[in-house]
Every structure is written in C-alpha cells, then in structure tokens.
Design a protein around this ligand. Sequence first.
Ligand SMILES: [Zn+2]
Length: 490
Amino acid sequence: MTDSPTPDLPVIVHMERALYDLAARLSTAPDQPTLRRLCEHLHGLDPYDRDRIAPYQLAERLGLTRRLAVDLCVIAARAGLLEISYQVFCLGCGAAEYDYGVLDQVVSGAYFCTVCRRERPADLDDRVEVIFRLSAALGHVRPDPYVDLQAYRRRYFSPHLHFSEPVASALAAGLRGFLALAPGERATVRLELLEGRSLQVLALDAHLVAQIEADHRGDGPREAALHLSAVGIDPPHQHAAPGQLTLHLENQRDRKIGVILRCVDWERVAALYREHPPTVDPYLSARDLLTHQRFVELFGASASLPELRLQIQRLTLLFTDLRGSTRFYLDRGDFDAYYVVREHFALLQGIVRARGGAVVKTMGDAVMAVFADPRDAVAAALDMQEAWSPWSASGLPGLKAGVHHGPALVVNSDGRYDYFGQSVNHAAALQALADGGDIYLSEPVLEASRVREEIDARRHNIEPRELALKGQQAPSLVYRVHQRGGPPAS
Ligand SMILES: [Zn+2]
C-alpha cells in the first residue's frame, strides 16, 4: 500500500464533534471558527502531511500565533483527532531514528546516532521534537517509508535541518542508491568505489551502518557481503579495492529494512560542514510542550513509568508565595482566607497561561510554574505583582516571587509531570528571600535575552545583593526587582 485511504468522513465528523465538545468544557479555549479551520486544514492534507503536523508550521499556514497552534494541536490530541509523537533527532545530521508515542519512553541522557556514529545528548530542549499526526482511529495509515528514497527520508530524517548548498550537493553527488529489503531478501548491487572514499551502507530504520573503505590495503576484494540482522551488521567495517564493487546484501531480520548506499568524500564534507553549518527551522520541543499550560492540564505522565527521569538543560522556574499568610488566616478566619487564596490562584494561573508557561503545582499558598523562556517568566512575575498590588494595598498579604533558570529533571509525580533538582531548590530559595511586592532573580535569569529590557520597560529597579540562600554556605549574588519609587527619569 502506498497511499492512505481518505479518512472516513462520518468518523471525522464524529471526531470533530468530540473536539468541539471538549473545547466547550474547557475554561479557556480557541473559538469555534478556529477549531473549524483546524479541521478543514486536516481534511485537506496529503497522507505525508497528515503524518507530520508540526505546530509552528501549522501556525504559519493558518496565520495563528505559535501558542494558539500548539493549543489547538493539544486539544485535538486530547479529543482523539491527533496523536502526539516525540521524535529524537540529531542536530548534526538530521537523522530522526527514534520516535515515541509517550514522552516517558524517550531515551534518557544520551543516545547513539547511527549516521554520525557518536553519542548525542537526548535532552528535551533541542533534541526531541513534538509532532502530531492524524489519529489511526480516523483511518490514517502511516505512509510506506520503503516506496523510494524520498519516502524513507521523510520518515527517518527531520525536515527542519537544512544543509548548506555545498554540503547538500557533496552528499547528493555521493549517493549510490536506495533499496528496500523484505525479511530474508538478498540483493546484489554493483557500484563504483572511488579511491580514498568509503562506501557507507546505512539502514537508519534498524540503526545499522557499515563502512567499506576503498583502498589498496591487502589488495582487498572486489566483492563484499553484508548481513543485516537483529544483532547488528556484519562486518561493520571492511576494505575493498577501488573500482567496480559487487556488493551482496542480506536482510536476516524479520522485518523490512531500507538501505541507503553513499560513497562520499567524508573529509571534504566535514570541512564544508564546518565552513557552512546547517540551519535549523524553529520547532516545538518537548520542553516547550511541557511548559505549555494546556498540555499540563490535559495530559499527565504515564502511570506505567513511575521512575521517569528526563533531563531539561534550560528551564525557567518561577515560585511565588504570600507573605505572612499565617497572620492573615488568624485575622480573617479560614473561610475568608480560603476565598482569597483561591482568587489569588486563579489570578496567577491566568497570568502564567497568558505568558506561555505552565503551573506545575500549588503548595499551600505557593505556586510553582515553568517556562521555556526566562523573559516570559519575568514578565509573568511582573504581571503578578502588578495584578496583586491592589489586593495587598487593601491589607491582604503581599506576593513574593523568585525566578531561576537552569537544568532540571522532569519526573513523574503520581501521574503528573514535576521537576526535580538544584535549580528547583534555587528558585524556591530565591522566593523565600523576597519580601511582599518583590521579585528575586538569579544571575542566569537576569543575563538571559531581553530580560533587562522587560524590567526596564516596566519601570522596575534591579538591585544586586549578596545573600545566603537557604541550604547554601556561601552567599550568592541575587537581584531584587521592585517597583521604582517615583516617576521614571525622563
Ligand atoms: Zn547524527
């Protein structure tokens, strides 16, 4: 089968209704015309595009903000129209060998890139792209990747990494063919081996690669054989004399394999690559999804993987708390205090959502939220102080906030994504230093792009301080951000 059948229309209509029903139950949701546009767009896609819906590209196609496009995809996934897929891809070569249906399955730490033949980090910031595809329940069948090289590339390489023209043409000039081998199938190919170049035999779907060096070492054979099995490729490395080579391939696996044959001048490619590095399109990373409020609300961590530990290199954490709330509870009584705290949560949650972050949890009167971009977190903290100031002016407890940026582990906390590590403790300790009305920032936050501008535009002062944070021996340089006393100097 080469093409997906057109999804059964009644099924789609039924699913669309599920989408509208779900949106109607959400407290904030894209409006009906926008949902309708998404559905119409999905109808019009070809089987390949249905298989790879990238939210940022969708935003461009439909003229939406990226945030709204992610929101639409997440809601559509919850309603059953779309499936989420997490694709680990290599920023060196673009190979996208690993594809998971659940975030929890993503390899932790590092993985081995078959093309680059080296370990690559698999952190959620840069290496894991979130894509959506039309749900199998709607009759979508994934396009056959073995039809030809183009189909294979669409499945196993990221479309977001673009080689420069010189690199792309050097790679294209070295291409010697593509073949798909059924289980047990043998094939023989004849090709020209150029001296000094090596032939790369690459089966990305099976994570296998072999190299045949074209040189006169031992006057190597003009014939070579390769066996691709479940345990590897045999032999992974051999020599052959330059000139005509007869290559015998055998698929000993129980599933189909696609094989790319390339005879490339790798040294030249590497030099060109250094001189003209590839460019990468913006894409939705797993970190970006985890810091999206809607995803956090609608999807949880898998109960089957309680030991989840995934690394995020660059996460911004925001903690807030109400200052002196114990006194306030005593003065007002539980009933009144509870009402105020509830209102304050709703206010803060609305701000986090509007600034593109996600509330991880609330603890007592405290809120913990995560953001992909430090500037959004600082803007949210400033919004919070601004929104809360009339309340604190009326005698309610002041709001304190701390923001830190650093690496953190994503963990599974009873079916919810939570965060763990020193950065989390640091953000909480900053918040603990703050007084009502203050925001404390760490240095990485203040030095992040456009943060100072944001603070300045909001007419707040930045005051450096050397303070000992909870749990730390030596004092740290922290920054207190607070409203300017008088009108700004003009
Ligand atoms: Zn690679």
